[in-house]
Design a protein around this ligand. Structure first.
Ligand SMILES: O=C(O)[C@H](O)[C@H](O)COP(=O)(O)O
Ligand SMILES: [Mg+2]
Length: 313
């Protein structure tokens, strides 16, 4: 195989792993497919995080998973034995969406309401920004769809925006009301997506992801594709650097499992490095044939994040 100058370097031994670790002082970690796969913690992740902490590295977590708020994610880290991760270190696409709405729309907290297609994480982050939400995890949406009995019709005139994210309890009732808010309001509601990931890695399987659910709403409603607030949006990376102004992009490395979100996020953000791990949605074959996909290539790749610990201990 000819090695071109941008062929990803595989972290496959102690020397490469050590050189890699010494290159960066900050690591931005994707979560699903890197730290865990659904409810399954990936091998040597706790040891790797503890090792990086002992090396005085700055650790930041940037996930497109909008089902949890930053606060809820601190509990998920604890549940996996990944200790002392603070809300400030976590940037989820639900938080990025709330920041986007605050900074880039004319929606008024306390006045304009937001319809949520998605889970508690989106609702919590929007509530923290002062917005009232409808839909989301409202249990009444779990009832079978019936246009005569749904409590969500007539539409609420104060709803001015639809935010769509991953909903692992998706059903026809939720789709129907979201569809109404996307098509039956004049002036049109604003339509915003938390992220574009088409699949969701869980316990070594691929499942339908947020992006696929949003495409269903977009295609059926005939609406334009909504802005995406998660990776690879640079607005999300700007939010990170605003919270950590001391960071140097050249000393930061983005670690992810998806080329078109995580690695693109790092490349377009001019970070010093990118590391793709093969425990999520990408495969080594697809990566090495990647030139067919026109997707950016990571600087490094590894079978799993835990190899950073295993090769150096
Ligand atoms: O479907 C989704 O929303 C994504 O697959 C998932 O949430 C990605 O999370 P991440 O890999 O960015 O932690
Ligand atoms: Mg991922």
């Amino acid at each position: 195989m000819t090695v071109s100058n941008n062929t990803p370097i595989k972290i496959s031994d102690k020397q490469i792993a050590t050189e890699f670790l010494n290159k960066y002082d900050t690591f931005l970690f994707d979560c699903d497919g890197v730290l865990w796969s659904g409810t399954h913690l990936l091998p040597s992740v706790v040891e790797t995080i503890e090792m990086l902490k002992s090396l005085k590295k700055t650790l930041i977590f940037v996930t497109n998973n909008s089902t949890k708020s930053r606060k809820q994610y601190t509990k998920k880290f604890e549940s996996f034995g990944i200790k002392d991760i603070t809300e400030k270190q976590i940037f989820g696409s639900s938080y990025a969406t709330a920041v986007y709405i605050k900074n880039y729309t004319d929606l008024k907290p306390g006045e304009d309401k937001i319809w949520v297609f998605g889970e508690q994480g989106i609702e919590d982050e929007l509530h923290d920004m002062g917005f009232e939400t409808l839909g989301g995890s409202d249990e009444r949406l779990m009832a079978e769809w019936n246009s005569d009995t749904t409590p969500f019709l007539p539409l609420d005139p104060k709803v001015k925006c639809v935010v769509a994210g991953l909903d692992t309890k998706i059903n026809y009732h939720k789709l129907c009301i979201s569809f109404q808010y996307l098509t039956q309001k004049e002036p049109k509601t604003q339509y915003i997506a938390t992220n574009i990931d088409t699949t969701f890695p869980s316990k070594g399987m691929l499942l339908p992801g947020c992006g696929s659910m949003i495409d269903l709403l977009t295609v059926s409603s005939g609406r334009e594709e909504p802005p995406n607030c998660g990776k690879p949006s640079q607005k999300m990376l700007d939010t990170v650097f605003k919270a950590y102004p001391e960071l140097q992009r050249s000393k930061c490395c983005m670690v992810g499992d998806r080329l078109n979100t995580d690695i693109r996020f790092g490349l377009e953000g001019n970070l010093g490095g990118t590391l793709l791990v093969l425990t999520g949605v990408e495969t080594e074959d697809r990566l090495l044939q990647n030139s067919d996909h026109g997707l950016g290539l990571p600087k490094y790749y590894a079978n799993k994040l835990g190899d950073l610990y295993e090769f150096t201990h």
